[in-house]
Design a protein around this ligand. Structure first.
Ligand code: NAP
Length: 359
């Protein structure tokens, strides 16, 4: 009988996956498997871990995979956007736990429909893991503790363009630049467009006041339900004001609709992969308002750090370690339904700076 003690990181040599593999490989040497479609790349990466991480070629979309590997797996960490839930259902059938770092609302909704199946098989499925979604969810959870009733939370993310962002992350971003999506405000549905409806916030001393624009990150759709909040919005900007303002202007003029054409979309992905200016800093910030002691009040907090891929990987590694070593309830959950913001922020204190703002 094979022992079920391995952690399978799909996309394990990508920008985020390699951070997860390295952290978990140091803790559980020989039990972490980094997979992707190219064995040479997997092997080249795992050599940098002194053999603590094992390389494997595995295409998660292929029908002819040798799924015997799943017999040895305790937890799967998914570091790419899937199209359908077939692979996740295979994991659930085998009682494997599953962690997903996707920011895609439509796909995470599909995984949520597997809740009953996961409960029946004893699998714990954790969604919204990473920086955004992930730490942003935990900042909203933390903010909620500052009120008797939390009415609204506005999430802001500032991304540095100087970092080497992974291709899968850039593709997700580019594919969402021209979308229209629905948000829920005070129980009413409202259509909003990505990169429109700018709102200003003070990010940090360094970055100052910036206007950020709507973007279809998953957490703004789930948090109203998981934390019972009437309004949650999500906006992004880049460290370069010029790039942020140009994208907002292109969106207004309809130019970003051209990204629906595959050659132009691929060219935009290439351009963002090659951008070499700006910093590798990021800021995630949550501005909230609600009622405390019968008065309407505000609370603002943020996390500041460098290298969003690394931060995403660090969060995912901490969550995966917990799922690997401890029994958690079976079923499908978002990070904020199982984990406590203060615990996770404490555990990441070497890598991130948590900050609250004076009123
Ligand atoms: N929650 C958050 O805060 C957050 C932050 C950043 C990124 N993300 C998400 O995380 C994901 C990964 O981002 P990243 O920056 O690490 O991207 P990346 O560097 O492009 O990594 C993706 C990895 O997946 C592998 N891969 C692609 N197709 C595969 C397949 N069919 N089967 C197995 N492996 C496959 C790729 O290797 P091969 O091409 O060689 O197979 C690559 O190693 C993206 O979906 C992104 O949206 C989330």
């Amino acid at each position: 009988m094979q022992s079920k003690d391995k952690i399978l990181v799909v996309g394990g040599y990508g920008q985020v996956g390699r951070v997860i593999c390295k952290d978990l490989g140091n803790k559980f040497p020989g039990n972490v498997v980094a997979v992707g479609r190219n064995y040479d790349k997997a092997e080249q990466f795992t050599r940098t871990t002194n053999g603590k991480v094992i390389p494997l070629e595995f295409d998660v979309f292929a029908d002819n995979n040798n799924n015997n590997i799943l017999e040895e797996i305790s937890v799967v960490v998914m570091c790419l956007d899937l199209n359908d839930t077939r692979f996740i259902e295979q994991c659930i059938d085998k009682g494997i736990h599953y962690v997903d770092i996707s920011a895609s609302y439509s796909f995470l909704s599909k995984i949520m429909s597997l809740d009953e199946k996961a409960k029946a098989s004893g699998s714990t499925i954790i969604l919204s893991v990473g920086l955004s979604p992930g730490l942003t969810n935990l900042l909203v959870q933390y903010s909620k503790t500052q009120f008797d009733v939390l009415h609204r939370s506005d999430i802001f993310v500032l991304l540095g363009l100087g970092e080497e962002h992974g291709k899968a992350a850039i593709e997700w971003m580019v594919d969402n630049m021209h979308t229209t999506f629905e948000v829920s405000e005070n129980g009413y549905k409202k259509q909003v467009k990505s990169l429109e409806d700018g709102k200003a916030t003070l990010f940090s001393e360094n970055f100052g006041n910036r206007i950020a624009y709507r973007f279809n990150f998953a957490e703004q759709h789930f948090l109203p339900v998981t934390l019972d909040i009437k309004r949650v919005s999500h906006r992004i900007c880049f460290d370069s004001r010029l790039v942020t303002q140009s994208l907002a202007a292109f969106r207004k003029l309809g130019i970003l609709n051209l990204l629906k054409l595959k050659p132009l979309r691929n060219a935009a992905v290439k351009m963002f992969e090659n951008i070499q200016f700006g910093s590798d800093a990021y800021v995630i910030k949550v501005d909230s308002s609600g009622k405390k002691d019968d008065k309407i009040t505000e609370f603002k907090c943020s996390v500041i750090g460098r290298n969003q891929s690394e931060a995403t990987g660090k969060v995912a590694a901490v969550i995966t370690e917990s799922i690997y070593i401890k029994k958690h309830p079976s079923g499908v959950y978002h990070i904020e339904q199982i984990f406590n913001s203060s615990d996770i922020i404490d555990r990441l204190s070497e890598h991130i700076k948590f900050h609250t703002y004076d009123k």
